[in-house]
Write a protein that binds this ligand. Structure first.
Ligand SMILES: Cc1ncc(COP(=O)(O)O)c(C=O)c1O
Length: 401
């Protein structure tokens, strides 16, 4: 890293990310390297994006092959990679129709707009959206308003209206809010940014029941939980609850930007020609990469190894915690894992993440009190052990500081 990288950076960029002191130049599998070949073990995977690690040869192959053929032709024309990807997504899920966009936020925006329009077309006075406190659904004005963390919306008023927030995992709260005026209910099967908090099975089942009773559309935001992250292709499979729409992004392109919603047939006519759209969504470059990524990730053997590695991760974090006593709770599903700091280390998750980088391991936070682990799903056992050796030293330094 150049000595003045941090200060130079602030000369040119809006100061919104508070970036760590590491400038990666290239990556390979679960490792990132800076210009001096300092290596960081990546337990973050670009925030649950690089599920196949860095520089996966099959993804590079797909990208280069497509780059030599056709980059973009706009959605006034069909394209072959988008069609193949859509077919596969439908085949491997409980959904019937696909819309491609470029990010998770856009996927949620599309899902919510579709739900509102479906209700507008089919019912009288039905436009409420029910979401949950502590949730995160992205950064457009609609998405921060639907999201349940006021810190992301409070300074941007006036906000879109008709949105209510219940208490996550509280069935009575859901019952009190969902009624015949509800157009859609949106929920993360695991609240990820909000602290890695899995939904209770009975909570999601009740949401399904309430949505059926009141003819509301149930949307699962699977931007972070989808595509193998939890050891199943989609997190809804863990719960035995089928939503009407899911939103996807992050690992769909494994680093190449692409998002999508998958929609049940019944609700597909919420959109008609012209009612929604995007210039770049579903472009051939993104779809050709996502197609190969999805073929690899949706293989049942691939998903099984995610669950095996999840056990290894949980075991090691628990071992470290038995020794160093830093976390109160270690939770999550598959390779989306959160570890909540004990009270004496309150607000120290970011300090610990920064120390991790100092010792050569990239982790994430989820709120100020939770360390989040979202490693590449292809991470090998050597790198798991290597990363945790480094993280152990980071925790020791935090405890001594
Ligand atoms: C559950 C969830 N929804 C939506 C988003 C927003 O996705 P994007 O940053 O691609 O717009 C995120 C991003 O972290 C997320 O975790």
């Amino acid at each position: 890293m150049t000595a003045n990288f941090q200060s130079e950076h602030l000369d040119y960029f809006l100061d919104i990310y508070g970036q760590v002191d590491f400038l990666p130049i290239y990556g390979h599998e679960s490792r990132l390297y800076d210009i001096n070949n300092n290596m960081v073990i990546d337990f973050s995977a670009g925030i649950a994006v690089n599920s196949l690690g860095h520089a996966h040869p099959a993804l590079i192959g797909a990208l280069v092959e497509q780059a030599n053929k056709l980059w973009h032709c706009s959605n006034i024309m069909l394209n072959q990679p988008a069609l193949e990807l859509a077919k596969l997504l439908v085949e491997k899920s409980c959904f019937d129709k696909v819309f491609f966009c470029n990010s998770g936020t856009e996927a949620n925006e599309a899902a919510l707009k579709l739900a509102r329009r479906y209700a507008f077309k089919n019912f009288n006075k039905k436009n409420k959206i029910v979401s949950f406190k502590n949730s995160f659904h992205g950064r457009t004005l609609f998405a921060v308003s639907v999201g349940g963390q006021t810190k992301y919306s409070q300074d941007f008023a006036p906000l879109p209206s008709g949105i209510e927030h219940g208490i996550f995992n509280d069935i009575n709260s859901a019952i009190s809010l969902i009624n015949d005026e509800t157009a859609a209910v949106i929920v993360e099967p695991i609240q990820a940014e909000g602290g890695v908090i899995p939904a209770d099975i009975n909570f999601l089942k009740k949401l399904r029941e309430l949505c059926d009773e009141h003819k509301a559309i149930l949307i699962f935001d699977e931007v972070q939980t989808g595509l193998g992250r939890t050891g199943k292709l989609f997190a809804y499979e863990h719960y035995g609850v089928e939503p009407d729409i899911i939103s996807l992004a992050k690992a769909l392109g494994c680093g190449f930007p692409i998002g999508a919603i998958l929609v049940k047939e019944k609700f597909a006519n919420g959109f008609e020609i012209g009612s929604h759209g995007t210039t770049f969504g579903g472009n051939p470059l993104a779809c050709s990469v996502a197609l190969i990524a999805f073929k690899i990730i949706s293989n049942p053997e691939f998903l099984t190894q995610v669950l095996n590695k999840s056990t290894v991760f949980f075991n090691i974090i628990n071992e470290i915690n038995n020794d160093l006593q830093i976390y109160d709770d270690i939770r999550g599903i598959g390779l989306l894992i959160g570890a909540e700091l004990k009270d004496e280390y309150k607000n120290k998750a970011r300090d610990l993440m920064n120390l991790g980088f100092k010792y050569g391991v990239a982790t994430l936070t989820a709120t100020a009190d939770v360390t989040r682990f979202t490693p590449p799903l292809i991470i090998n056992h050597i790198d798991i052990n290597y990363g945790f050796e480094r993280f152990y030293n980071a925790i020791k330094e935090l405890k001594n500081s």
